[in-house]
Design a protein around this ligand. Structure first.
Ligand SMILES: NC(=O)c1ccc[n+]([C@@H]2O[C@H](COP(=O)([O-])OP(=O)(O)OC[C@H]3O[C@@H](n4cnc5c(N)ncnc54)[C@H](OP(=O)(O)O)[C@@H]3O)[C@@H](O)[C@H]2O)c1
Length: 333
C-alpha cells in the first residue's frame, strides 16, 4: 500500500481509501448489505494496509458509521476515521437539500446542530475521537451559517480533542478560500474521475499548491468504470444509478460508449496484468494533486481487486492514452 500525508497534519493515510456509503444500504444502493459481511470487509481493508475509512452520518442514516465503529473495536488505532457533518434530518433546522431515501434532508452547518452531530457520530463510531471531520456540503440559504461560525465550532471540537483534523467536501474555490481564512483545514473531498474532470480546472491545482490532501469520490463512476456494469444490468428506479441527473453515464447510450472504451484497453490489462478497476484507480491516483482515491466497495473480492491497484504504476504514455480516450467520449448525452 502507498501512503500520502493528510495535508500538513503529519498523519499518513493510504492512497486507496475505503468508501463506506454502499455499506449504509437503503434504497440508494439497491441492496441490503449484511452488516457482519461489512464488518469483515472493513477489517480486511485494514489487513491490506488501507487505513483511511470514509463514512458519513447520512450513509444509511447512521448505519454505515455504526458498522465502521463495530469493525474497529480493538483496532481503533490502526484506522483513520474520516466522517462528516452538515447533513441534518432530525428536525427543521438548516436549509432543504433533498428528499433522499424517502426522508427529508437539510444542509446545516449551524454550531448547534454540529454539537449534536459530533456526539451522535462519536457514539455510533464507538470512539472518543474522529481523525478527519469533514463538512459534507456547504451551507446554503435561507439558513446559511457563515463559514467563520461553523469553523469556530469545529476548531472548538478540535481543541476539545473530539476531532484531530478538519476537512471539507464539495466546496467551490471561493468557499475553500473562506475556510482557509478561518483556520487550518487539511483536506478536500470532491467528485473526480476520468469521466468527470471538472476539478482539474481549479480545485486540484489549488490543493496541490496549498498542500491540502484530496479525497476523490466516485472515481469508479459508481462501478461503471470497472467494466462489470454491462448493458443487461438493471437498476431499480429509486437507486442513484437510475438517476440521470446524478449520473448520466448510466443511460443505455452513454453506458454503451463507456463499455466500448473499456473494451479497447485489453492490451493494457495484459501489459500490466491488472483488472479494469485497478487500471482506473491507478490512473486516478496518478493525476497531479490527487493524494487519496476513495473506492466504494461492497464485497471482499472488490476490496482485494481495488487494494491491488496500490502496486500499479502506469507509464506516462499510458496515463495519457487513457485520458485521451476518456476526453474523446465527450460529455455525457
Ligand atoms: N462527500 C460526498 O459528497 C461523497 C459523495 C459520494 C461518495 N462519497 C464517498 O466516496 C466513496 C466512493 O464513492 P461511491 O461509493 O459513490 O462510488 P465508486 O467508488 O465510484 O463506486 C462504488 C461501486 O463500484 C462498484 N465497485 C467497486 N469496486 C469494484 C470492483 N473492484 N469490481 C466491480 N465493481 C466494483 C460497486 O458497485 P456494486 O454496488 O454494484 O457492487 C461499488 O458499490 C463513497 O463510498 C463515499 O465514502 C462522498
Amino acid at each position: 500500500m502507498q501512503y500520502h500525508p493528510l495535508g500538513k497534519s503529519g498523519i499518513h493515510a493510504s492512497t486507496i481509501a475505503l468508501g463506506t456509503w454502499v455499506l449504509g444500504g437503503g434504497t440508494t444502493w439497491g441492496d441490503n448489505p449484511d452488516d457482519a459481511e461489512s464488518i469483515r470487509l472493513i477489517q480486511t481493508a485494514l489487513d491490506l494496509g488501507i487505513n483511511l475509512i470514509d463514512t458519513a452520518p447520512v450513509y444509511g442514516w447512521g448505519r454505515s458509521e455504526t458498522v465502521v465503529g463495530k469493525a474497529l473495536q480493538g483496532r481503533r488505532e490502526q484506522a483513520l476515521i474520516a466522517t462528516k457533518c452538515g447533513l441534518w434530518w432530525e428536525d427543521e433546522r438548516g436549509s432543504f437539500f433533498a428528499d433522499f431515501d424517502r426522508r427529508k434532508m437539510n444542509r446545516s452547518l449551524r454550531p448547534d446542530t454540529l454539537q449534536l452531530e459530533i456526539e451522535n457520530s462519536l457514539r455510533r463510531l464507538a470512539t472518543d475521537y474522529i481523525d478527519l471531520y469533514q463538512t459534507h456540503w456547504p451551507a446554503i440559504p435561507p439558513d446559511k451559517t457563515p463559514v467563520e461560525d461553523s469553523m469556530a465550532c469545529l476548531l472548538k471540537l478540535q481543541a476539545q480533542g473530539k476531532i484531530r483534523e478538519i476537512g471539507v467536501c464539495n466546496v467551490s474555490l471561493d468557499e475553500l478560500h473562506e475556510y482557509l481564512a478561518c483556520g487550518a483545514i487539511v483536506s478536500n473531498q470532491f467528485r473526480y474521475s476520468m469521466l468527470c474532470r471538472d476539478a482539474e480546472q481549479d480545485i486540484l491545482p489549488f490543493c496541490a499548491q496549498h498542500q491540502l490532501a484530496t479525497l476523490t469520490y466516485m472515481s469508479l463512476e459508481q462501478g461503471l468504470l470497472t467494466g462489470k456494469v454491462g448493458m443487461e444490468r438493471e437498476f431499480r428506479p429509486d437507486e442513484f444509478r437510475s438517476n440521470e441527473a446524478w449520473n448520466p453515464w448510466f443511460t443505455p447510450a452513454n453506458r454503451r460508449s463507456v463499455l466500448a472504451m473499456l473494451a479497447g484497453w485489453q492490451d493494457l490489462l495484459d501489459k500490466y496484468t491488472c483488472t479494469l478497476s485497478q487500471l482506473v484507480i491507478a490512473w486516478t491516483a496518478a493525476q497531479p494533486g490527487v493524494t487519496h482515491v476513495l473506492c466504494g466497495t461492497r464485497t471482499l473480492s472488490q476490496l482485494a481487486d481495488n487494494a491491488g491497484a496500490a502496486d500499479l504504476e502506469l507509464e506516462a504514455a499510458d496515463v495519457q492514452r487513457l485520458r485521451d480516450d476518456a476526453v474523446a467520449l465527450g460529455a455525457p448525452q
